[in-house]
Design a protein around this ligand. Structure first.
Ligand code: FA5
Ligand code: MG
Length: 419
């Protein structure tokens, strides 16, 4: 008896995700609600809209890049565990130690060393090290963020990497080179190429990357799709761009991309290739393609949603028909923030708590008022919580029960004083 109890791990000191157990520490902020979503694999669920979008993109790459025998050259990884190390998610991509994307307020950390990946780019270095030149990675990614119709703490990304040797980049040419050590910084259209690359290698890669992605946008949204390139920066590419498409009268950011920073390749042992890479979000594309109004719907197990995608044909034109919009219920909550300087209050902690308790009936949480008392310096926040069920009308008393639970939980767990 004595033996069995002492051999059991203390539940409070560990986190268990998909049969793996991790030690908790002061970095642990992953919630039970989030853990419950690990392994749903919507991107590979048959007849799911996110799976259709993944298949359409994979098919486009299969047909666009073939070898001399007509076989696809891209391989696809869509089943890699989302539990990654800090090294995979950040260090291997040269993301600086003080970069905001590493903050506890933005990521779901399991502990100091492990987190739920914040992008599928987390796997690019290990796949390159394993010897691959052309691959796609699709998977679920986890970010602490605001709550509204286009943001959910779990969404899905698809990344691509393509590496080319000198001979592949400049076929039938003996003179042109990828690398040039003497070359100085060179600014093209406001963006510097990497010093180690020749201008012609960088430009040729940019051209293949951009024409591939414009081709993809047209494949998904139609030949007449309006698009534009926007300069941006990522720690792991240079130059870097975002592709935006014009949809429903607004510009929508589809993806980020660029020429891979050369030292990412040399760190994996690749010294003779130049690479391009991109990462896109599957939800945004699916929301446009099928006119799905709210990102929570992808998680619905209601037949009213799923039956509308009940087809074997990934290219079938489907327009989602709203199962009539059920009414919203709005309820505000105001509280004084704790004045503990060592663990400062973060809105994302509140958003997670609301999501943990209210689940998918939380449509949106807005910070509607902030106030600092002029005399005692105490700060208060007022949030508006919008409740709406996707499949039925919520009653006031149902909402009140949950709202009360939220009040109790914020008082206990965040140390605030509800006003
Ligand atoms: C990245 O995640 C980079 N890893 C992309 C990348 C890969 C750049 C390789 C260069 C080379 P970003 O955070 O911007 O970048 O996200 C990429 C795409 O994911 C966005 O363009 C968007 O389509 C989608 N996305 C980002 N955040 C969300 C969100 N909260 N909800 C839904 N989709 C999102
Ligand atoms: Mg972005």
């Amino acid at each position: 008896k004595w033996l069995t109890t002492s051999a059991k791990p203390n539940i409070q000191e560990t986190v268990t995700i998909k049969d793996n157990t991790y030690k908790r520490d002061d970095y642990t902020n992953v919630t039970d609600k989030i853990i419950s979503l690990v392994g749903r694999n919507l991107h590979t669920t048959p007849k799911h809209p996110l799976s259709f979008v993944r298949q359409k993109i994979v098919n486009y790459f299969y047909k666009s890049f073939v070898n001399a025998r007509g076989n696809p050259i891209f391989s696809v990884y869509d089943n890699i565990s989302p539990i990654v190390t800090v090294e995979q998610n950040f260090d291997s991509l040269l993301i600086p130690k003080n970069h905001p994307s590493r903050q506890k307020s933005d990521c779901y950390y399991i502990n100091h060393d492990n987190l739920l990946r914040a992008h599928t780019t987390a796997h690019q270095a290990e796949l390159i090290r394993s010897g691959l030149d052309n691959f796609l990675i699709a998977g679920d990614v986890y970010r602490r963020d605001e709550i509204d119709r286009t943001h959910y703490p779990v969404f899905h990304q698809l990344d691509a990497v393509r590496l080319k040797t000198r001979d592949q980049l400049f076929p039938n040419d003996d003179v042109l080179k990828i690398f040039d050590n003497k070359n100085k910084t060179c600014i093209i259209n406001g963006q510097a190429k990497q010093d180690c690359h020749t201008l012609e290698a960088c430009k040729l890669m940019e051209h293949e990357l951009k024409s591939t992605l414009v081709g993809l946008a047209k494949e998904l949204f139609g030949e007449n799709t309006k698009y534009r390139w926007v300069d941006t920066t990522f720690p792991f590419t240079q130059p870097s761009w975002e592709l935006e498409v014009f949809h429903n009268n607004e510009w929508l950011e589809l993806l980020g991309c660029g020429i891979m920073i050369q030292s990412i390749l040399t760190n994996t042992g690749v010294t003779d290739r130049i690479g391009w890479a991109f990462g896109l979000g599957l939800e945004r594309i699916a929301m446009c393609l099928y006119q799905i109004p709210d990102i929570r719907l992808f998680w619905s197990i209601d037949s009213g949603f799923l039956n509308q995608f009940n087809t074997e044909d990934v290219n079938k034109k489907i327009i989602y028909k709203s199962v009539s919009q059920y009414p919203q219920c709005t309820n505000d909550i105001s509280f004084w923030l704790p004045q503990n300087k060592s663990s400062p209050y973060a809105s994302n902690d509140f958003y997670d708590l609301v999501r943990s308790i209210g689940g998918d009936i939380i449509e949106q949480v807005m910070l509607v008022d902030q106030f600092k008392h002029p005399k005692n310096g105490k700060e208060s926040h007022c949030y508006r919580i919008i409740y709406r069920h996707m499949e039925k009308t919520l009653t006031n008393s149902e909402v009140n029960v949950i709202h009360k639970q939220i009040e109790t939980a914020v008082r206990k767990q965040l140390g605030v004083t509800v006003r």
